[in-house]
Design a protein. Structure first.
Length: 475
């Protein structure tokens, strides 16, 4: 039986590991997509995803076409057993090493990228990976089915699916920023065209902010010669029009506030408070993703301590930098650099009883929530970010209210900019001054800004964000 709504995503709502006894251990996730699909009822929505590891592949082989709903929380899931070498070429060779770098402006263009035979082989894997999703969606779709394709990993799927099932309603959502034309053109011409035409295969392409939607439209005009409507909400190419939309994903306030007061969070909060004492706190929680700009954040904190010695022994930087994509050497090197600079700051400024930077590199959600509760200032300074939910989460949980030092290059700045302290993410002096301003912000201003931040953060919570995409596509 075909579902009314198909969601295609690299990751699924559940992942599996194989236990020592051969049994499968399930771990759930998925956020807004899960809550949105569950709102449709168990028979209305099907999630199509890739097997990410050996446990997932074993689950897919045992289950056949669809996973057992008892292991997925009742959600219908089809997990694709894509060959590991194809997945690696698509995910690491193209999605994470090329498309992510282009959209986040991470290339050192005097040295990279180099699109050689290795890239060509990886691109073939990316095409095969996307084709596997398109085949599965085409097989699962009924006549009235709506397909929602998620993110840059699957940018070719809408066009491929259009070829296989021309009558379907197809949407695509980009969770990343979108590169401006002059940087998107770094891609080989054929690849740049394929990516754009793939997304234009959708009836509707949606983004986290108007800025990213406008950048996509500009790329379509520049690379393809497509027509863009005067209001920037539609792209027409070769007689076919794709509508453009914006849905700014918000935080789930009810979940965060409830989860932040469970016993494991209270326990970690007590530990952190014992380490921090009565000092003020600057909090950041990130993956060690290159675009998160953790190194410059630490250097800005060092600048604060150097320029304003009155903060010595009066502030602690809780920096939680959880390893990400450690199968890529550049990410391993970046993680090591984060640790090195934190150690240098502690060696330069620390004294008995005061450690200026408390760096944690082991992922611990409960500890992150404990830090949120303690935050006097939240530091979110990405080079570039599609949205950044940490910027939206901390103000909802901080017990005394918090000042948000926020990069103007984060998508969240479109909604939170008036209440945040916006910074240029490359400017150490400007960021250090914003940290000082946050630490010294009067209580009345802090409370007012926190209230504004919370309102902006929850304007479109995950479930509503998903359903809004669906409603707009069906309209």
């Amino acid at each position: 039986m075909s579902a009314e709504v198909l969601v295609a995503s690299n990751r699924g709502p559940v992942s599996y590991a194989v236990a020592d006894d051969g049994s499968l251990v399930a771990k759930r996730g998925g956020g807004g997509l899960v809550s949105g699909l569950s709102a449709l009822g168990p028979d209305a929505g099907l999630w199509v995803c890739a097997a990410l590891g050996d446990g997932d592949r074993e689950a897919a082989r045992r289950a056949g076409a669809r996973l057992d709903p008892e292991g997925t929380g009742g959600q219908a899931v089809r997990m694709l057993d894509i060959p590991p070498e194809t997945y690696d070429a698509a995910y690491n060779g193209v999605a994470n090493s090329v498309l992510w770098f282009v959209h986040h402006l991470l290339y050192q263009t005097h040295l990279e990228p180099v699109f050689d035979e290795t890239f060509e082989a990886h691109w073939a894997g990316f095409e095969a990976y996307n084709a596997a999703f398109a085949d599965a969606l085409a097989e699962e779709a009924g006549d009235g089915t709506v397909a929602l394709v998620q993110d840059y990993h699957l940018s070719l799927v809408p066009g491929m699916l259009r070829e296989r099932r021309p009558g379907l309603r197809v949407g695509h959502f980009s969770h990343t920023p979108w590169a401006p034309p002059e940087l998107f053109r770094v891609l080989p011409d054929r690849v740049a065209r394929q990516v754009l035409l793939g997304i234009l295969g959708a009836d509707r392409a949606a983004f986290l902010t108007r800025r990213w939607a406008d950048a996509f439209a500009a790329c379509c005009a520049d690379v393809l010669g497509a027509d863009v409507s005067a209001d920037g909400t539609a792209v027409t190419f070769e007689g076919r029009t794709t509508r453009l939309g914006v849905h700014g994903l918000g935080a789930d306030a009810d979940f965060l506030r409830e989860r932040a007061h469970r016993a494991d969070v209270d326990e970690r909060l007590a530990e952190l408070r014992a380490q921090v004492g009565e000092r003020r706190t600057i909090v950041r929680v990130d993956r060690t993703e290159l675009s998160k700009n953790i190194v410059r954040g630490l250097l800005a904190y060092r600048r604060l301590l150097a320029d304003r010695p009155e903060w010595h022994d009066r502030v602690v930087h809780l920096a939680f930098a959880y390893p990400s994509r450690q199968d890529l050497a550049v990410y391993r090197d970046y993680t090591a650099e984060v640790s090195r600079i934190a150690e240098e700051i502690n060696a330069e400024f620390g004294r008995d009883g005061w450690t200026p930077v408390l760096l944690h590199v082991k992922d611990d959600f409960a500890r992150s929530l404990a830090a949120y509760r303690m935050a006097d200032v939240a530091l979110v300074n990405p080079i570039r970010d599609g949205m950044n939910l940490v910027a939206k989460e901390v103000p909802l949980v901080a017990e005394g209210g918090c000042a948000l030092v926020l990069s103007r290059e984060a998508g969240a700045s479109a909604e939170l900019g008036e209440a945040a302290l916006l910074v240029n993410p490359y400017d150490l002096a400007g960021t250090a001054e914003a940290l000082h301003r946050g630490l010294t912000m009067p209580a009345e201003e802090r409370a007012r800004r926190t209230k504004q931040l919370a309102a902006g953060a929850t304007a479109l919570p995950p479930r509503d964000w998903f359903l809004a995409q669906l409603a707009a596509l069906r309209d």
